[in-house]
Structures are given as structure tokens and as C-alpha cells.
Design a protein around this ligand. Sequence first.
Ligand SMILES: *[C@@H]1O[C@H](CO)[C@@H](O)[C@H](O)[C@H]1NC(C)=O
Length: 356
Amino acid sequence: MRPLKGWPARRLVVVVVVALGLLWMVSLPWKETEIRSDALDWHVSHEQKQLHEYVQRVLESPCRPGSTRARMLDRLPASSRTTQPFLWKDTPLPDNLFQYSLPFGFRGVQGKVEDLLKQLPNSASAPETMMADKCLRCVIVGNGGVLRGLELGHHINQFDTIIRLNSGPLGEFSVDVGNRTSIRMSYPEGTPLHWIDTDPHTLFVAVAYKGGDISWISAMINKLSVPLWDWLFFWQKVPDGVPLEPHRFRLLNPLVITETALDLLHYPPPTGGLWGWEKKVPTIGVSALNLASLLCDEVSLAGFGYKLHQRGAPLHYYDQLTMAAMLKQSTHNVDRETKLLQNLVSEGAITDLTGP
Ligand SMILES: *[C@@H]1O[C@H](CO)[C@@H](O)[C@H](O)[C@H]1NC(C)=O
């Protein structure tokens, strides 16, 4: 009977350890909701009414033709005056498109790109160029958590062109982000697995970061499956269909990203080295701003910027991640992008509806 003597004490230890473990597990989601409701309060306290009035003033102020691009050109080389936003079946590719490899150019993937271009529409069929006589006000809706609870949807819907990024959803979030989509701009891994835009005017602007992306874009236009070999290169599940007519696809001109990296953010030119280039790739948000300056007369941002010092603040308007998750990533140079956006706002080149 001796061995049993120690049992009550040992059992107590086990019970305490298990109980502590359970407590810890239970307290995790609690802690998270605490942080999240703080963030929510912080939004509500953000003067919502004042913000709505400000956005209304932006929408009602006289539209100045070409104003955002003119300010961008102050920072860009003379050659940027002829930069085309998209590539077409029937327009020749500029030589400097083959200077760098993806995402800054098409060096080494010329054959793949030529195949893709055959699937794309003619430049004449572009609805966006037929609007050239109207002064267009655009808003780029970023995916930032700052949008949550601001109820800006109604105001966002009043812009002429609404550009959304990656998988930023609508549906239940429409009160905050609106429900129209003129452009959804994305790379394969960022594209919604189940397409979310019901707006019949939506264009899909495909961004290629690597060779496999070109094959994926081709496959999406043709409603074909992605070549098996290319699946290996995606770092996250990619959609196997984008339910849009071929004439709704656009291929982003890589020079739009090159300008953003080299001239707007002043990153050093890509050297062709395999490693370390990621830090010099702009986020899709800042690249979208450069694209918007080519498509629109006045550009506004909403849901941009990272409040990195508020670790508990929501990262996206649609999920449970907090800023703490963003601090862990090392892909993009967030500080440099924030500085650029702030400078453009203070120069009057763009407006930032929700603050940097
Ligand atoms: C957006 O919502 C409004 C109001 O509910 C509706 O009338 C409109 O058709 C919707 N637009 C799109 C593109 O879903």
C-alpha cells in the first residue's frame, strides 16, 4: 500500500497543473476580445460624423483634371510621362520592359508574356479610356482595420472609380467599405478564393510577381486549369477560377511597380540577386496609388497605414489579426511607404480619408 501513499499530493499537483492549463487556454480568447473591443471603442470615439463631413467635402470640391499624376510626375523621370497602366494585345511592349525580371519587368519570361498578351483584349475595347472626358475621382480602399466601424461605405460608393486590393471582402462589411468595385487589383495568392464582387463593371487587374503568376493569369482568362508545375511556386492556395469575361482582365504594366520602387520609394535598382530583394518590393497599396494616378484625375486613400504602435488595434477590417502580426513581417518597408504617403498628402497630391 506504500506506493499509494504519495497519491493524494501528486494528484493535487496534477489537478492544479491541469486547471492552470485550462485557465490559460480559456483566458487566451478572452484577452483577445478585450484587446479587440478596446480597438473598437477607439474607432467609435474617432469623430465619425466629422469624418463623414470631411469625405463629403472631398467629394464635392472641384475636380482638378490630371492633378494627382502631375504631382507624381514631379518625382518621376521624364520617361514616365508615357507610362501605360496596362499591357494590351495590340500595343508593342516598350524595350525597357525587359530590363529587369519580375515584378519589375519581364526579363526571362518573354515567351510566357507573349502567350498571355494574346489572351488579353485590344486596347480599343478598354472602357476606362472612353471616360477620358470626365474628371475622375478615385478611391483606393486598403484593407486596414481603421475602416472597421467608420461606416464610410455610402461615401466610398460615391467615387467614380473604386479600387480594391487583394481579397478585401464586401458583403457584411459593405456598411464600412461600400459595395461597388471598379477595379480589383491582386496577385494570385492575394486573390479571393471565392470571387466576391457582384458589380458588373469590375475589372480584374492582375499583378505578376513571378513567372508562375503569368501562367496563372493566362489560365484564369482562358478558364483553364493552372499547369501542375506552376502550382509548386505559390506560397498560399490560389483560386482556380476568376468568374469574369476575358475582356474584364487587365495585366498591370510592371513599369508601374518599377516607378513606385525606384522613383517614389527610392529603393536601389534590383541587382538580379536572388535574395534580399523582397524588402524592395512595394506593397500592392502603394503600387495601386501609382496606377490610380494614371487612371484618375484625383486620388483618395481609405484604410491605408499601419498603427504599429497600437499593437492591439485591428490589422484588417475583416479578420481577427492585430498590428502585432504586422510587426512580425519583414517583406515590406512600411516606414518608407508611410513617409511617402504623408508627403503626398501634405503636398495636396492625394487625400487620405482615414489618416495614415
Ligand atoms: C449596393 O447596395 C445598394 C443598396 O443596397 C444596391 O442598390 C446596389 O445594387 C448595390 N450595388 C452592388 C454593385 O452590389
